[in-house]
Design a protein around this ligand. Structure first.
Ligand code: AMO
Length: 434
């Protein structure tokens, strides 16, 4: 097969319209379904854009093609040339009458998981065969939407905010979020860790480049196995100089609204496939103390320094389709780099959307002495953070920022029940392959 020629000739199924009726086209893809009615044989061919019925007749189609259509198993990869014909019986109103049929890769049988649109294969098994799971329209829809989320985050940051995209190291020498949860790595003779966030680097960068953002992979050695946590996840990071938490909460609100608007505009088919009805969320600001009061009335238990899943769900019930910013967070519940506000409170916040935390952030400490003091209070050694602390000694403006979990955001936009659905190849407590 001449693949250069194929790419010139090939038409994606979605682009075949009434204008093509009577014309010869070449399509390529996977056999989704086949039916044999003795004198008529059907194949439904699927490519990344859609499905098309291919219809062969015993008395009209060549014997070779007629037989190949019966023999070639589902999920095999084929190239079919033929004439487009209007047909009331075909799913999209047109079918292809084949004139040539070439098998590029025959799928071994049996296929280990059900890859039909109605598949009931359980998630763990699907993830064992993720490469096959990705043959499915629903699964492809999730990652088409995630691609829009990624692109629109970049578009928002570069076009609306004029921020600068940055890359940071993934191997670090000390914690960036607190003492625990690090994966150790051997770095020649030195002890190192996989990055648990680009926190310290994005802060150092914002102190010269003012407005920066990143799409950054993080590793967290948390042992729990939940439907909302991963051990490897991706974050949308943002950091801005001359800003406090209120400035960056506003950026976050507009950013998430922008992303959701783009998904609504660009992924209509995918949202339909996934049966998701999206609306642009509204924005609500509450202090931690206000949330405590509300929860008292609702008789939901609230911790002193953090919000439980139950509280997050209750907030969603009270303020549906809303990005809820909970600010003036208790100092004890935030990492060492968050700016204190008096003795008890901090300039840190969490953002909750559809019943779960999508982001946390706040104003940072840009004062070296205060930073060293806060590190000690958190049980960390300022010596391990020397470069970071020093970076604030020679002209560092006040700054603030946040991080959104990409998989969390995808999960919550699409109403997925398990965060693993929003990762191509998830890494959790038990899963290191594929
Ligand atoms: P935090 O640890 O709250 O903050 O993470 C930010 C966001 O990332 C997502 N997230 C996760 N997603 C899946 N699995 C996990 N284990 C996981 N941990 C976090 C969540 C969360 O809201 N440096 C700060 C951010 C900042 O202040 O700029 C940070 O990492 O959506």
């Amino acid at each position: 097969m001449d693949l250069v020629k194929l790419n010139k000739e090939r038409k994606y199924i979605e682009t075949i319209t009434p204008k093509d009726d009577g014309k010869k086209v070449t399509i390529a893809g996977w056999i989704y379904d086949s039916r044999d009615l003795s004198k008529i044989r059907f194949i439904v061919l699927r490519d990344i854009t859609g499905k098309m019925q291919v219809t062969a007749f015993k008395d009209k189609t060549s014997k070779e093609i007629f037989e190949a259509m019966a023999k070639t198993p589902r999920e095999s990869v084929v190239i079919i040339k033929g004439t487009v014909k209007k047909s009331d019986k075909a799913p999209d109103g047109r079918e292809l009458i084949p004139e040539s049929f070439e098998i590029l890769a025959e799928a071994e049988q049996p296929i280990p998981i059900d890859v039909s649109d109605f598949s009931k294969t359980e998630l763990p098994k699907r993830l064992d065969y993720r490469f096959l799971d990705l043959h499915r329209k629903k699964i492809q829809a999730i990652f088409k939407v995630q691609s829009t989320i990624l692109q629109s985050y970049r578009e928002f940051m570069t076009k609306e905010e004029k921020a600068i995209e940055a890359m940071f190291p993934s191997i670090i020498s000390s914690s960036s979020e607190g003492g625990t949860e690090l994966f150790p790595a051997q770095y020649f003779e030195k002890k190192a860790f996989l990055s648990q966030s680009c926190q310290l680097y994005k802060q150092m960068l914002a102190c010269s480049m003012e407005k920066v953002f990143a799409v950054f992979t993080v590793w967290r050695a948390e042992k729990h196995n939940t439907v909302r946590h991963l051990n490897e996840s991706r974050q949308f990071d943002f950091e801005m100089a001359f800003a406090d938490e209120f400035v960056v909460m506003d950026v976050l609100a507009r950013c998430v609204q922008f992303i959701i608007k783009k998904v609504m505009e660009e992924n209509k088919n995918e949202l339909e496939t996934l049966e998701v009805k999206l609306k642009i969320p509204s924005i609500k600001y509450l202090t931690f103390a206000q949330v405590t009061e509300i929860m008292k009335k609702e008789k939901v238990h609230i911790g002193k320094t953090d919000l439980s899943g139950e509280v997050e769900e209750k907030l969603n019930e009270l303020y549906p389709n809303t990005i809820i910013f909970v600010h003036d967070w208790p100092l004890a519940g935030k990492p060492f780099y968050i700016m204190p506000k008096g003795k008890e409170l901090s300039a840190g916040f969490d953002a909750i959307y559809n019943g779960m935390e999508i982001s946390s952030g706040g104003q940072r400490i840009h004062l070296p002495e205060l930073l060293a003091e806060r590190l000690k209070i958190k049980g960390l050694n300022p010596k391990d953070f020397e470069h970071y602390i020093d970076s604030f000694r020679y002209g560092a403006p006040p700054h603030a920022g946040w991080g959104i979990g990409l998989e969390r955001l995808t999960m919550l936009i699409l109403n997925l029940k398990n965060i693993r659905e929003a990762v191509l190849f998830p890494r959790d407590r038990d899963r290191l392959t594929p």
